[in-house]
Design a protein around this ligand. Structure first.
Ligand SMILES: Nc1nc2c(ncn2[C@@H]2O[C@H](COP(=O)(O)OP(=O)(O)OP(=O)(O)O)[C@@H](O)[C@H]2O)c(=O)[nH]1
Ligand SMILES: [Mg+2]
Length: 655
């Protein structure tokens, strides 16, 4: 691409606000945001050949998804800033113009919606990516509504046009309908459209060309097409910042980063005035209190990293080092006139879980950090930068448990997975939806659920969602073989639904949900419909016992694995819990019967991931998490004590 700046010549100045753009990339999960940002970085010409490729990795081989769990799971967890200097070739023989484009890649998963809303405050425009085949999905709707609220006019990028099942014209209609439904003004309804394949690295404004590209790896009539139409759309449709550099300093912190050497790093946009390295500033907190502090280091975004600089002017995005107490939502202001900007919203938690010390018979065998004190310290550290997290220290019996609330199962699951990799052991209780009391009445969150499944599985999907009090709202065909279903469902009903849907559809269903509204609590119980198999012994699982129990249900364990009394080792075919001996040894006999000696192939066990186990358990159960294993157990391990507790709970209910 001809936009490259030679790596050794100093780039022309990009500090003039007219040549500055701040753009956020927003979309439903997996619609290709990070892949597009990677390609924009590669095609910017700001890097030497091969320099970026070395940094790519993980499931999707991406540069920007840089953290370990992002790479493993192929999703973006944290929003990230990067910047490119785009050189627009001169049209009439004049000097080429260089634009500094700050790009904010956002996560698409519903649990991180609040973060998207927050980081959008840094932008003056957004690219709304929509998958050319999947079309507008629940999170497309959510992020678009937030963009409209923030008065950002979207540039619609119909992405993945290379997909053989692309349906570009329909997808554009869906986006238009969504904008009308969300009450966008006329200005937003005339949205610019670019068609692209972020992965193949091309884009075009010509819809007919894009339609012809379905199933191909480049535009049929233009094998050299690149992402310049996207760069140009950003320059043309994202307004340059108009913030006033002559006013007293005001900068809003929207993201926090942390580094062991320098501590907290506050990231945000300067809305008024300018900020200098070494400057004394006032930190205006959300509650209005003011602290005095000094900027030790100031950095501007450049490529994948940050570059130290002396001054950052209104309209630009920067990172500050040296303000130890800085938090999301703080305004960094002029000490002479310390005024706060409208604060960013920090999302209310929607799901909560109890974290406590692991007291199973296998406690302490795998982990380095096992005490209540260590868990407390770790949670306190997490609270410093994980803003959507809340911890109620000291709940439960003896105040030894922690009530941890977050934005959803993925949000809390990622924290647990991170802790486990650091060497922690702990036990956690069933995730509970956070109930809100509105004018004296308990309200529960209702979610908008979308399921795409093969036509043959529609019956079982409807049944599964129906049991969980989901109400069908829309049902329409998607191509010849698939059906698109939309439901409203209590958030409680979603817990455990994903794994069931995947089992019922042989892994072919795709499900997504987002928060819709709060509604008065429906008292129907939405718990598990089947009971579990519980081990009665502490020993190793035997092949023989697995064989004997195979018609009692599906096992969660494999022969050779060590289990303890009270551990949940399988799912019963009936609705009651059953205590079984999964460690039984074969009786030795002198008789040899050829038929008995034949090796029996065991039914496939169901091995649950951490999140699947969290979704699976009931109130009287716990998930035990250690660096090496995830086990499910009854809270009360001893069978007779458990029975007694169940009886007294039943008696209490009847009174
Ligand atoms: N066919 C096709 N696949 C693409 C394209 N862009 C991305 N993908 C694939 O889509 C998947 C998701 O891509 P990502 O870039 O991680 O999507 P994302 O929107 O950043 O996802 P989240 O950040 O988790 O919301 C990956 O498997 C990509 O290889 C494209 O242009 N065409
Ligand atoms: Mg991503």
């Amino acid at each position: 691409m001809t936009t490259a700046t030679a790596p050794n010549s100093p780039p022309p100045s990009t500090s003039a606000t007219s040549r500055l753009r701040n753009v956020a990339i927003i979309a439903h999960v997996d619609h290709g945001k990070t892949t597009l940002v990677d390609q924009l970085l590669k095609q910017s010409g700001n890097f030497r050949a091969g320099e970026l490729e070395k940094l790519a990795g993980g499931q999707h081989d991406l540069i920007m998804d840089s953290n370990e769990l992002e790479r493993e799971r192929g999703i973006t967890i944290l929003s990230k800033n990067c910047a490119v200097d785009y050189v627009r070739p001169s049209v009439d023989g004049g000097r080429p113009e260089v634009f500094h484009i700050n790009i904010i890649d956002t996560p698409g998963h519903a649990d991180f919606g609040g973060e998207v809303e927050r980081v959008m405050r840094m932008a003056d425009g957004c690219l709304l990516l929509v998958d050319a085949s999947e079309g507008a999905m629940p999170q497309t709707r959510f992020v678009l509504s937030k963009a409209i609220e923030a008065k950002l006019k979207p540039i619609v990028v119909v992405n993945k046009c290379d997909r053989p099942d692309a349906r570009i014209a329909e997808v554009i209609n869906e986006v238009f309908d969504l904008l009308v439904e969300l009450g966008a003004d006329d200005h937003a309804l005339e949205f610019p459209i670019v068609y692209s394949s972020g992965r193949a690295g091309w884009s075009t404004e010509n819809m007919d060309h894009a339609i012809m590209a379905a199933g191909k790896d480049h535009l049929p009539d233009d094998a050299k097409a690149d992402l310049r139409p996207i760069f140009e759309a950003i320059l043309r449709h994202v307004p340059a910042p108009t913030d006033d550099v002559t006013l007293p300093l005001q900068m809003l912190i929207t993201t926090l980063d942390y580094n062991d050497y320098v501590g907290r790093i506050g990231i945000g946009r300067v809305f008024n005035g300018q900020i200098r390295s070494g400057q004394q500033v006032a930190v205006v907190k959300i509650d209005g209190t003011i602290k005095s502090s000094k900027v030790a280091k100031l950095m501007r975004f450049a490529g994948l990293g940050r570059m130290e600089t002396d001054t950052v002017r209104a309209g630009d995005i920067c990172a500050l080092i040296g303000l130890d107490t800085v938090d999301i939502g703080d305004t960094i202001a002029d000490p002479e006139s310390p005024k706060g900007l409208p604060p960013v919203l920090v999302d209310e938690p929607t799901l909560s879980m109890v974290f406590r010390v692991n007291d199973s018979p296998f406690a302490g065998q795998d982990g380095d950090y096992v005490t209540s004190r260590q868990i407390r310290d770790r949670l306190e550290k997490e609270l410093q930068h994980n803003v959507a997290l809340k911890v109620n220290f000291g709940v439960g019996q003896g105040g030894e448990e922690f009530g941890v609330s977050g934005r959803g199962l993925l949000h809390l699951g990622i924290l647990l997975e991170t802790m486990r990799r650091e060497g922690f052991e702990l036990a956690v209780g069933k995730p509970q939806v956070v109930i809100k009391n509105i004018e004296g009445v308990d309200h529960e969150p209702i979610e908008w659920l979308v399921v795409d499944c093969p036509n043959t599985a529609v019956g079982s999907v409807m049944e599964l969602v129906g049991i969980r009090k989901g109400e069908i709202k829309t049902m329409e065909p998607r191509g010849d073989a698939m059906t698109h279903l939309e439901f409203e469902i209590p958030a409680r009903g979603l817990i455990g639904l994903r794994s069931r849907l995947l089992t019922a559809t042989q892994g072919e269903a795709i499900m997504h949900h987002t928060f819709e509204r709060f509604a008065p609590m429906n008292n129907a119980s939405l718990g598990r419909t089947q009971g579990v198999l519980i081990s009665i012994e502490t020993a190793s699982v035997t092949h023989h016992a697995c064989e004997l129990l195979s018609d009692r249900g599906v096992l969660f364990v494999v022969p050779g694995e060590k289990v303890y009394a009270g551990q949940v080792i399988g799912e019963h075919t009936r609705d009651n819990d059953l205590v079984v001996n999964i460690t039984r040894l074969k009786q030795l006999t002198n008789m040899r019967a050829a038929s008995k000696e034949a090796t029996v192939v065991l039914r496939q066990p169901r091995l649950l991931t951490l999140e699947a186990a969290l979704e699976y358990i009931e109130d009287d159960e716990l998930v035990e998490i250690t660096p090496k294993s995830v086990r499910m157990r009854k809270r009360i391990l001893d069978e007779s004590m458990r029975k007694r507790a169940e009886r007294s709970a039943r008696d209490k209910d009847e009174v």
